[in-house]
Ligand binder design. Structure first.
Ligand SMILES: [Zn+2]
Ligand SMILES: [Zn+2]
Length: 140
């Protein structure tokens, strides 16, 4: 049985499954240089907090991408799974993993000032620059 407030997904090859309980329906995009290196383009994610469980966890490789965060991917197919804050275990999960894409709202873009000029989303979103992010969350 799947609860109403549960979202299920998997990586491309199916070796890793994910269940998020009470996830946000808001989708954010990050244009920072690290996300674009990682995925070849902006990282589109849902904030799933700490209520995330994985199946096939032995197939996840976690890359230590900075002093404050790490990134997980499937070691079999390379699908990007999450960006995770080390301090509080908050998971920003790649939105494309989820089977059900209905009801999602793309509402925010961060590091908008790092976005290269060759693409832009037409969605009306709340955008934040690097300076605004550091001002809000602190730079440490
Ligand atoms: Zn996989
Ligand atoms: Zn980023």
């Amino acid at each position: 049985m799947t609860g109403l407030n549960e979202k299920n997904g998997s990586c491309l090859c199916g070796a890793v499954g994910i269940t998020a309980k009470n996830p946000s329906n808001k989708v954010g995009a990050c244009h920072c240089g690290m996300c674009r290196k990682w995925g070849g383009g902006p990282f589109m994610e849902i904030d799933c907090g700490t209520n995330v469980t994985f199946r096939g966890e032995e197939n996840i490789t976690v890359y230590n991408s900075s002093s404050w965060a790490e990134r997980g991917f499937c070691k079999k197919c390379g699908s990007h799974l999450f960006y995770r804050l080390k301090g509080n275990g908050q998971h920003m999960v790649a939105v494309g993993l989820f089977d059900d894409q209905e009801g999602l709202v793309f509402n925010s873009q961060v590091f908008i000032d790092k976005k290269p000029s060759f693409y832009s989303f037409v969605n009306k979103t709340n955008d934040m620059t690097e300076a605004e992010i550091f001002e809000m969350y602190g730079s440490s």
